[in-house]
Design a protein around this ligand. Structure first.
Ligand SMILES: *Cc1c(COP(=O)(O)O)cnc(C)c1O
Length: 368
């Protein structure tokens, strides 16, 4: 029998979450962001749940090729654009739309020989200071692109740094508007957090939204809001089983470094899941976990192949009992990935993306 750990991708939940994103911006078209192998879900698997997207946004050209191989004929946007001149040939061949965020990319386009002019998304650095032209350079870049025979259509793009927090988007939005108000072209401004939290400010200004994390059922602004608050369903379940049981007495310690000490009799389950499966080693005693659908806690350190859990709330649990590390248990109970991420001092994004290669993955197409 294989080691009992398994990840399940819930394609009906992907479709549900995509519909929630659409509801937040009913007048916009929706890029489903599928970079990083669809946030660790597997591009091909995620695609099964995301057919109804208007387009797919990603950044790896190999992933764009995989999408075309799935027969996706609709829009694909390269969020970081081209990395070198040869990438433009693939854009021409596969009909990829691409971000242009720097002069070097304009130079490459100007030198590119193509029959079919490209659709490009000109990115403004409106304050995040990652990719994009500074506001005072933006119009010059637009004018230059607009004069190129290689360019068919220019859309306008920016990205918010604080859509999920108290600073908000007002300053960046004002900067973007001031520079672009009289430029033609479609606009795409917001990721998940912007699309959900700032719908009023963005209404009628977004031809396209770019939700990623909400599609994967994680709240972009946890712990302020939960996934349930936004009506999202988990799209990835990481589950395993208890492969050993220990009955501790007061003073017994658990695991490497003896970081947990029992203060009385305690039954613990040993679970076949560790950091080599993608479960974060930073999770400490108290991290929530479900055993047989019942909420309990981790005790002691996470090791490479195992974690240990307190069985007190589930006295019927034992060898072979189902353990849900995150996602939905067979009993229907949900442990939000965001809660586990918080216990590890990180975000749901990182946990999904870090699901390890050695974990077998199955697809569950059945909805709730
Ligand atoms: C990753 C990414 C997104 C999606 O962000 P989420 O927070 O996952 O919704 C949107 N736009 C750009 C440019 C990105 O890189």
């Amino acid at each position: 029998m294989p080691r009992p750990i398994v990840a399940t991708i819930h394609t009906a939940a992907l479709a549900h979450n995509l519909a929630r994103a659409r509801l937040a911006a009913p007048d916009s078209r929706v890029w489903a962001v599928v970079k990083a192998n669809a946030y660790g879900h597997g591009l091909e698997r995620a695609f099964e749940g995301l057919h109804s997207a208007d387009g797919f946004a990603l950044l790896d050209l190999a992933e764009a090729q995989r999408l075309r191989a799935l027969d996706w004929r609709g829009p694909i946007l390269l969020l970081e654009g081209c990395f070198d001149a040869r990438d433009l040939e693939l854009c021409s061949r596969l009909g990829l739309w691409h971000t242009v965020h720097c002069n070097e990319q304009v130079d490459m386009l100007a030198a590119h020989k193509t029959q079919l002019p490209h659709r490009v998304f000109l990115k403004m650095n409106s304050g995040m200071n990652r990719l994009g032209f500074r506001p005072e350079r933006y119009r010059a870049a637009w004018t230059r692109l607009n004069a190129l025979p290689q360019v068919e259509e220019i859309s306008l793009m920016t990205h918010f740094s604080d859509a999920d927090g108290p600073k908000g988007i007002a300053a960046q939005l004002a900067t973007f508007d001031a520079v672009t108000h009289d430029l033609p072209g479609e606009r795409t401004l917001s990721n998940s957090a912007g699309s959900l939290r700032h719908r009023a400010a963005l209404a009628s200004r977004s031809d396209w939204i770019r939700p990623g994390i909400v599609v994967y059922g994680s709240a972009p602004d946890f712990p302020e809001h939960s996934a349930a608050h936004w009506g999202l369903q988990p799209t990835m379940t990481l589950a395993s089983r208890i492969i050993g049981v220990q009955h501790l007495v007061a003073g017994d310690t658990v695991g490497y470094g003896s970081s947990f000490t029992a203060d009385g009799p305690l039954t613990i389950g040993i679970v076949a899941c560790g950091y080599a499966d993608g479960y974060p080693r930073h999770c400490t005693t108290g991290t929530p976990v479900l055993v047989g659908g019942v909420r309990t806690r981790l005790v002691g350190r996470v090791s490479m192949d195992m974690v240990t859990v307190d069985l007190t709330p589930v006295p019927t649990a034992g060898m072979g009992s189902e353990v849900t590390l995150w996602g939905r248990s067979a009993h229907g109970a949900v442990l939000p990935i965001d809660e586990v991420a918080l216990a590890a001092g990180t975000v749901g994004y990182e946990l999904m993306c870090a699901l390890a290669q050695r974990v077998p993955v199955v697809v569950d197409a059945v909805g709730l």
